[in-house]
Design a protein around this ligand. Sequence first.
Ligand SMILES: Nc1ncnc2c1ncn2[C@@H]1O[C@H](COP(=O)(O)OP(=O)(O)OP(=O)(O)O)[C@@H](O)[C@H]1O
Ligand SMILES: [Mg+2]
Length: 255
Amino acid sequence: MRWHRRGAAPRNKAGIGQGRVAGIVQFENVGLRYGHGDEVLRDLSFTLAAGEFYFLTGASGAGKTSLLKLLYLAQRPSRGVIRLFGTDVVTLPRARMPGFRRRIGVVYQDFRLVPHLSIADNVALPLRIAGVLESEVRDAVREMLAWVGLSHRADARPPTLSGGEQQRVAIARAVIGRPELLVADEPTGNVDEAMAERLMQLFGSLNGLGTTVVVATHDLTLLNRIKAAQMMRIVDGQLHDPTGALRFPPGRGAA
Ligand SMILES: Nc1ncnc2c1ncn2[C@@H]1O[C@H](COP(=O)(O)OP(=O)(O)OP(=O)(O)O)[C@@H](O)[C@H]1O
Ligand SMILES: [Mg+2]
């Protein structure tokens, strides 16, 4: 389904979804330190290819969330260059950040739902921000809530939901706008195995429609659920790629 924006040009004329490049994410010698501490991430140079599915693993505290924050522009690196959708985002003026963030769906490790909004309104947020027609928003939200098994809680507020239910709302919100890049931080950490399987199917379908997906997880059983997935692993602040996932290193291949 393609959304129609209220009183606006069709999505592509608005520039959203354009600028797809072979390397949707490029890091060059990126380092990240918090305050005056040692670098948590160092010498990261890699390219993520558009349309691929990546798992990011590593021990607790290895830097998975930190790397994802660099990806969804919640954190600037201490050094190096990051290009998203072909644009250098380290020097990107603050005013242009929201336009980039809208192209990225994020499932936060701590969910970050808006507590005073209903579940349905939380899930609808990305579409409302994009100016999608209200009639289409309602249908899409209904469909999404059915997918994650929460139709019966549409009017509830997030604080009254279990951890697993909140996680499913966070996932529904992240995928509903069919982002170009989906970044999910331990998205199945709070649900049972059957639900984890269902949510991975949802990510797989979105990936099949062209979204590049990056999922950070501790759960090694998840890794087998997406057959064509590539692996990224953080060890001692550096990134390893046991499946050769980080091909096209800058300067040796993709644009
Ligand atoms: N805002 C911050 N300020 C200072 N240090 C931080 C901050 N965020 C993370 N760190 C430190 O950076 C390191 C990496 O943390 P990060 O949250 O990225 O790990 P993680 O791999 O996501 O761990 P987990 O699997 O437990 O979620 C840790 O040592 C952590 O203490
Ligand atoms: Mg984390």
